[in-house]
Write a new protein. Sequence first.
Length: 290
Amino acid sequence: MNIHEYQAKELLRQYGAPVSDGRVVLKAEEAKSAAGELDGPVWVVKAQIHAGGRGKGRFKEAAAGEKGGVRVTRSVAEAAEEAQKMLGRTLVTHQSGPAGKTVNRVFIEDGAAIARELYLALLVDRGSSRIAFVCSTEGGMDIEEVAASTPEKILSFSVDPAAGISGFHGRRVAFALGLEGKQVKQCVDLVNRLYRLFVERDCEMLEINPLIVTEDGDLRCLDAKMGFDSNALYRQKEILALRDETEEDPKELEASKFDLNYIALDGEIGCMVNGAGLAMATMDIIKLYG
Ligand code: ADP
Ligand code: MG
């Protein structure tokens, strides 16, 4: 199960990780008062959908030169106006599929002065039964693109959950990200907090892209993507409450009410199978025989 950026940032805040102050807006008429609660002088308006690449995404029926799903504004009025423009429209990104996703919520947050954009993610590494850290100095870009064009710029290592996290891991991340001075200590602290959040909340993925160094030299989580192990949701009531069913495929959602796993795919042949492996093999055989 995935959650929105603003929800992920609230969790990060609860665990003491540095995030910008922000407000979520569900109704156009709330945009102005929400923006007014923030300090400025820059307000960033961000479409909340369960897909990345929003900044470079495009709204359907966009006006010529219209910006994507992340917009920098310089007044409360402008922030409110941009938020209102996004609500209810469909945003298409490279992760949303061609149909795009409807923007039902926007997040308005304080603008950050960015010196560097970095990448940091935690994942479950099923191969080694460990928690993997993936780090890159090339933040703000698609990590898939970095992996394809400059794989040497991605460093990863894993932590044995039985032994747990230590300062050594945080320093390793700091070194991989080219951090120096006070940032090293901040990074060790951040890595400890992210690891604790990841384990305690049964995460499958926690991606900060970008993790930034501000012009004042501090670390801050500027974007956050979080996914949780569905099999653990029974013991994660607070996380389950963050579920946004409008982001899910209606057929998969209906099936889940009956404890069925339904995977919506293209085509005309449906397969009813017992187990994921058998499902894949059956699909392959049908395809093989045309
Ligand atoms: P996505 O990955 O979906 O495009 P991000 O949250 O990563 O969305 O935003 C895209 C880019 O917009 C970031 O890499 C960053 O350069 C900029 N950005 C996002 N939030 C802020 C902010 N609060 N202040 C300044 N710039 C921001
Ligand atoms: Mg991002």
